[in-house]
Design a protein around this ligand. Structure first.
Ligand code: HEM
Length: 125
């Protein structure tokens, strides 16, 4: 459980950082050939978030945070998959900012889940 949590937490942090960096390139009109790679890394990021939520169930963590982890993963994927088609035109920046914040919140949820699991493991006899 500890190894799974540690690996999933590293994936959430590292892939989250890579997604932000790639996204900032896209934002400025660069590296657009890497959008598919960004989407694949995004999918792996969400799977790691779900793994943390799954381990948190086994570690008897807060049901609300666990539910949020699963639901937020779906939100990240749903927004990411439809990103390019939403509010095309001059208002598209709203979707871009939303996409970034939805991702940042997902990173925060992942970190919180991992901290809760580690805390429970440390408190266990
Ligand atoms: C932690 C998760 C993520 C973060 C922090 C993130 C960040 C970003 C940022 C900053 C941008 C540039 C601004 C924009 O166009 O919105 C971007 C673009 C994009 N992202 Fe993500 N992203 C994440 C996950 C995902 C996922 C899971 C998918 C798809 C399954 C995805 C698909 C896209 C697409 C299609 C674009 C638009 C590229 C373009 O402008 O042509 N992202 N992302």
């Amino acid at each position: 459980m500890r190894t799974t949590t540690a690996v999933a937490q590293i994936v959430v942090r590292l892939f989250g950082l890579i997604l932000i960096i790639l996204g900032l390139f896209f934002w400025s009109g660069h590296a657009l050939q890497l959008v598919n790679a960004h989407m694949l890394i995004g999918l792996l990021f969400v799977i790691a978030l779900w793994v943390l939520a799954g381990v948190a169930i086994a570690a008897h963590q807060s049901g609300g945070l666990i539910a949020l982890g699963f639901i937020w993963g779906i939100v990240v994927l749903a927004l990411g998959m439809t990103q390019r088609t939403l509010m095309q035109g001059s208002a598209h920046w709203v979707i871009q900012v939303l996409h970034l914040f939805v991702g940042l919140i997902a990173m925060g949820i992942g970190d919180k889940l991992a901290k809760g699991i580690k805390g429970a493991a440390a408190a266990a006899p």
